[in-house]
Design a protein around this ligand. Structure first.
Ligand SMILES: Nc1ncnc2c1ncn2[C@@H]1O[C@H](COP(=O)(O)OP(=O)(O)OP(=O)(O)O)[C@@H](O)[C@H]1O
Ligand SMILES: [Mg+2]
Length: 263
C-alpha cells in the first residue's frame, strides 16, 4: 500500500481507530450519478451498516471499496494507506473480503472440502493441485473449526449441493472467515433466509464482531437496528446521515428519504 504522512496515519488509525475511511467518492454511469462525494468512516471492530432505498448507491459504494469498480474521484483509506491504486485481488489479499455476492462454493464437494479449499486459497496454494487436500490434517482441523463456528459442524461430509440455501450461505461465510478477513463485507446477508436461519445468522454476525470488522448492506431494518453499531444512509447517491442506530431512527431526513414518511 502507498505510504502516507505520519500525521494522517495517526489521525486515521491510531486516534480514531478507523479501519476504513472513504472521502468524496463520486461515481457516474453515463448520466446517472450513482455516488456524489460520499464519505464514510468504519471503525475497527464495529458492525457498520449501509442502508438506503433501491438505487441509492449502496452496491456501487461496496464495489468501489472492493476495487471491482473505480471511482471517478475521491479517496479510500484502509489501515493507514490509500488503496485507490490497488486491484481488487490486492485489496482482498490485504483483507478486504466480500461475501454473499458471487457464490464461490463448489457444489460437488463436501462442506469440509470447500472450507479446506478456502484455507488453501488463503495460504496461496494452487487450486489446480486440489487432490491431496484431505491428506493435510492441520488444514482439515482448521476447516472443521470454521464449520463449527458457523453451525455446520454436523454437515462436514454433506455435499454443498445438498445443503439448504441458508446452510450454503453459512458455508460461504465459513469460507470467507477462513481467509481471515480484516474487513468483512456482507451484501444482504439475510436475503433468502428463513426466519430461523435469519435468527442464526444474526447471532453469528453479532458474535463475529468480537474479532472482525463488518461492513454490511442490509434491507431488513430489524436486523440493521439490532446488529449495527453505526449506520450510513444513502439516498440518490448522497450520504444523508451517519451515526448510531438511535440517531438514524429519529433522523427526519432519513425517515423522509428511506421510509418515505414523517410522523
Ligand atoms: N453498471 C452500471 N451501469 C449503469 N448504471 C448503473 C450501474 N450500476 C449502478 N447503476 C446505477 O447507479 C445507481 C445506484 O445503483 P446501485 O446498484 O449502487 O444502488 P443500490 O443502492 O445498490 O440499489 P439496490 O437496493 O436496488 O441494490 C442506480 O441508478 C443504478 O441504476
Ligand atoms: Mg444493490
Amino acid at each position: 500500500m502507498q505510504r502516507v504522512a505520519l500525521g494522517v496515519y495517526l489521525e486515521a488509525v491510531t486516534v480514531a481507530k478507523l479501519l476504513l475511511s472513504v472521502q468524496g467518492l463520486t461515481k457516474k454511469f453515463g448520466g446517472v450519478k450513482a455516488l456524489s462525494a460520499v464519505g464514510m468512516d468504519v471503525k475497527q471492530g464495529s458492525i457498520h451498516a449501509v442502508i438506503g432505498p433501491n438505487g441509492a448507491g449502496k452496491t456501487t459504494l461496496i464495489n468501489l471499496i472492493t476495487g471491482r469498480q473505480r471511482a471517478d474521484s475521491g479517496r479510500i483509506w484502509y489501515c493507514g494507506g490509500t488503496i485507490d491504486n490497488l486491484s481488487s485481488e490486492a485489496r482482498a489479499r490485504h483483507g478486504i473480503v466480500r461475501t454473499f455476492q458471487i457464490t464461490s462454493i463448489f457444489p460437488s464437494f463436501s462442506a469440509l472440502d470447500n472450507a479446506v479449499l478456502a484455507i488453501q486459497a488463503r495460504e496461496g496454494r494452487n487450486f489446480g493441485c486440489w487432490s491431496p487436500v484431505r491428506d493435510d490434517k492441520g488444514i482439515q482441523v482448521s476447516a472443521r473449526e470454521y464449520l463449527v463456528q458457523v453451525g455446520l459442524g454436523d454437515h462436514e461430509d454433506t455435499h454443498a449441493a445438498h445443503l439448504s440455501h441458508g446452510q450454503r450461505r453459512l458455508l460461504e461465510l465459513a469460507m470467507v472467515l477462513a481467509t481471515q478477513p480484516r474487513l468483512l463485507i456482507l451484501d444482504e446477508p439475510m436475503a433468502g433466509l428463513s426466519i430461523a436461519e435469519s435468527k442464526s445468522m444474526v447471532e453469528l454476525l453479532g458474535a463475529l464482531k468480537c474479532e472482525n470488522t463488518l461492513l454490511m448492506i442490509e434491507h431488513d431494518m430489524d436486523v440493521v437496528f439490532s446488529l449495527a453499531d453505526y449506520v450510513t444512509v444513502l439516498d440518490r447517491g448522497v450520504a444523508i446521515a451517519c451515526g448510531v442506530p438511535e440517531k438514524i431512527r429519529s433522523d427526519i431526513a432519513v425517515q423522509k428519504a428511506y421510509l418515505g414518511e414523517v410522523d
